[in-house]
Design a protein around this ligand. Structure first.
Ligand SMILES: Nc1ncnc2c1ncn2[C@@H]1O[C@H](COP(=O)(O)OP(=O)(O)OP(=O)(O)O)[C@@H](O)[C@H]1O
Length: 255
C-alpha cells in the first residue's frame, strides 16, 4: 500500500497530431510540496489541466485518496479536495475581496437556494461560518484590511494571494498552484515561499506546484518532477535534480 495522496500514472494527452504529454507519472504524499518543472512548452500546464479535470486525458490514471478521478469534471474533483489556481489570475474582479471568498465556498458546497430564500436558522449559521472562514483566510494571506475592496483593484501580488485564499476556504487536501510566482517582485516571492511552507506545515495539506522560479522551487520542494517535450525526464529531491546532467542539458538547450 502507498500513502500517496495523489498518484498519476502514464498520463498522456494528445491534441490532434501533437503529443503534449506522454507517459508522465507523479506521486504526491501527504504534507509534501511537489514541483513540476521543465522548459517552456514542456507540457506542465497540460498535466495540471488533465489532473484537475479541465481536460480529459487521452490515457493514464489519476488516483486521488484512493479514487480514480480521470475524466471527472473539474468541479467534482475540487469537491474531492483537489483545488487549483491558474497561470493567469482568475478572480471575480468586480466583486469585493470577501465576496470572492464567499462565492467560492457557495460554489464548492452547492448551498441550497431554497434554504437561502427562506433564511432558515441552519442557513444563517452556515453563512456565519463561511464569513468566519473567509475572514480567517484573508488574515492569513495579509488581505483582511482589503476585505471590501474590489478584487480587480488589488495589486497583482495581492490578487495572487487572494487566489490562494479562495482555494483554501474550500479546505482542500491538495492545492495545485500554476506559476504562482510569475510577475511577483522578490519580496512578494519570499512571502509566497513562506505561505506555501506554512500551508504544508500548519494546515497539513500537500501542494503541487508548477514554477519557473528555480530559487523558490529548490528552496521549498520535497520532490521535483522534470518534464521535457511532454516526456518525463527526471524525478528526485532538489539536490538530485540540480546535479542531474540530463536536466541541465534540457534547460541549457532551451537558450
Ligand atoms: N488546448 C490545446 N490545444 C492544442 N495544443 C495545446 C493545448 N494546450 C497546450 N498545447 C500544446 O501542448 C504543449 C505543452 O503546452 P503546456 O502549456 O502544457 O506547456 P508548459 O510546460 O505549461 O509551458 P509554459 O512553461 O510555457 O507554461 C505546447 O506545445 C502547447 O502548444
Amino acid at each position: 500500500m502507498t500513502n500517496n495522496l495523489l498518484t498519476v500514472k502514464d498520463l498522456t494527452m494528445r491534441f490532434g497530431g501533437l503529443l503534449a504529454v506522454n507517459g508522465v507519472d507523479l506521486e504526491v504524499k501527504e504534507k509534501q510540496i511537489v514541483s513540476v518543472i521543465g522548459p517552456n512548452g514542456a507540457g506542465k500546464t497540460t498535466v495540471f489541466n488533465c489532473v484537475s479535470g479541465f481536460y480529459i486525458p487521452t490515457a493514464g490514471s489519476v488516483i486521488f485518496q484512493g479514487k480514480e478521478l480521470r475524466g471527472k469534471p473539474g468541479h467534482l474533483i475540487a469537491r474531492e479536495g483537489m483545488v487549483r489556481t491558474f497561470q493567469n489570475v482568475r478572480l471575480f474582479k468586480e466583486m469585493t475581496v470577501i465576496e470572492n471568498l464567499l462565492v467560492a465556498q457557495h460554489m464548492h458546497a452547492e448551498h441550497s437556494l431554497l434554504k437561502g430564500f427562506f433564511m432558515t436558522p441552519g442557513f444563517k449559521k452556515s453563512e456565519q461560518e463561511l464569513m468566519d472562514r473567509a475572514a480567517h483566510w484573508l488574515e492569513r494571506v495579509g488581505l483582511l484590511e482589503f476585505a471590501n475592496r474590489e478584487a480587480g483593484n488589488l495589486a497583482y501580488g495581492q490578487q495572487r494571494r487572494l487566489e490562494i485564499a479562495r482555494c483554501m476556504v474550500t479546505e482542500p487536501k491538495l492545492l495545485m498552484l500554476d506559476e504562482p510566482a510569475a510577475g511577483l517582485n522578490p519580496n512578494e516571492t519570499k512571502a509566497l515561499d513562506e505561505l506555501i511552507v506554512q500551508l504544508r506545515d500548519e494546515q497539513g495539506i500537500s501542494i503541487l506546484l508548477i514554477e519557473h522560479d528555480m530559487g523558490l522551487v529548490m528552496g521549498i520542494s520535497d520532490q521535483i518532477y522534470v518534464v521535457n517535450q511532454g516526456e518525463p525526464l527526471a524525478a528526485g529531491t532538489p539536490a538530485e535534480i540540480q546535479g542531474n546532467p540530463e536536466v541541465i542539458k534540457a534547460y541549457l538547450g532551451e537558450e
